[in-house]
Design a protein around this ligand. Structure first.
Ligand code: GLV
Ligand code: GLV
Length: 333
């Protein structure tokens, strides 16, 4: 029996999908040192030190599309295959991106709080005025599957879409440099993978380039932003608001962000629909089963290469160097 450790329970039973000959154990990374397969979450850090303690490991199935928590190169060196969960979470994440866009644009947090406080007087012409999506410009950082799905929704809302990406094209949208996009967009939404190139991509200088009326949306990874800089920009009115579903050190949220009145903060629920979370689990089981059977799984992550591209779309969530960093450093508007 091949031992497979899963670091969490999942919405569906993986045992029938893994098939005979595989013993599934729920446990921590410490329980995986004698395992041949591992199904892990983005909170699990799979680095070379862990791999050294798990010499029998043949496959790491990451329950996420992003693989920034996994040292993919170290896995490759040690002959450990890595799989992720592309495609199945694209629509759910794009939906949540729009939930955040609408929530910040129409001030849903404040509006709900007012109603529940019992202080709502009556319909008032000037109460809780927000901004409309129609005619607004959405700036997408990244042009992978999720960015494309967000762009399709933006079209339905009558928004115009600009994007920045070094490698991928986003048909129907206008390409910009990151600096141009930041200065032009009414909503800046992050859809790039977290890589050495994108870590800290949105800092104080980039936030100053945004319009004071613009909103920052992050359903990707917290560390793409400098969170203290985002909180400072919110407090100073450098930007109008933020909708964030990802944080640098989850589940910790920096106090300055918690204190920001014009931020909608969510506990990393971008892919959290029953359907998507079940399909992600299926993809993890598929990855483990195929690798342990000596076959190449369709969702294999290849270091330095794009993740498996399907639907004719260029995938990018697992690919490095997606976004061009501004070549100049601190520069004010
Ligand atoms: C979630 O954040 C994922 O990368 O799937
Ligand atoms: C508002 O509720 C309206 O009817 O215009």
């Amino acid at each position: 029996m091949a031992k497979v450790v899963a670091t969490s329970a999942f919405p569906i039973d993986l045992r029938p999908l893994l098939g005979a000959g595989i013993e599934l154990v729920e446990g921590s990374l410490a329980d995986a040192t004698d395992a041949e397969g591992l199904i892990c979450l983005l909170r699990d850090r799979i680095d070379d030190a862990f791999l050294a303690r798990a010499p029998r490991l043949r496959v790491v199935a990451n329950y996420a599309v992003g693989v920034d928590n996994v040292d993919v190169a170290a896995c490759a060196r040690r002959g450990v295959a890595v799989t992720n969960t592309p495609d199945v979470l694209t629509d759910a994440t794009a939906d949540l991106t729009f939930a955040l866009i609408l929530a910040v644009a129409r001030r849903l947090r404040e509006a709900e709080a007012l109603l529940r406080s019992g202080r709502w007087g009556s319909f008032e012409p000037g109460l809780l005025l927000g901004v409309e999506l129609s005619g607004a410009t959405l700036g997408l950082v990244g042009a992978g599957r999720i960015a494309r799905a967000v762009a399709r929704r933006a079209d339905g809302f009558g928004m115009s879409v600009v994007y920045t990406s070094r490698r991928s094209e986003l048909p129907g949208a206008r390409r910009r440099s990151l600096d141009e996009l930041l200065g032009e967009a009414d909503f800046v939404s992050l859809h790039c993978p977290l890589t050495p190139e994108t870590r800290g991509l949105i800092g104080a200088a980039q936030l100053r380039r945004m319009k004071p009326t613009a909103f920052l949306i992050n359903t990707a990874r917290g560390a793409i932003c400098d969170e203290e800089a985002v909180a400072a920009a919110l407090a100073a009115g450098t930007i109008a608001g933020a909708g964030l579903d990802a944080f640098v050190d989850e589940p910790r949220v920096v106090p300055a962000l918690l204190a920001a009145p014009n931020a909608v903060l969510l506990p990393h629920i971008g892919s959290a629909t029953r359907k998507t979370r079940s399909r992600m689990a299926e993809l993890c089981a598929l990855g483990v089963r195929e690798v342990l059977a000596g076959r190449r799984p369709p969702n294999l992550v290849v270091p330095g290469e794009r993740a498996v591209a399907r639907e004719g779309a260029t995938s990018s969530e697992a690919q490095p160097s997606e976004v061009e960093r501004p070549s100049h450093g601190e520069r004010t508007k």
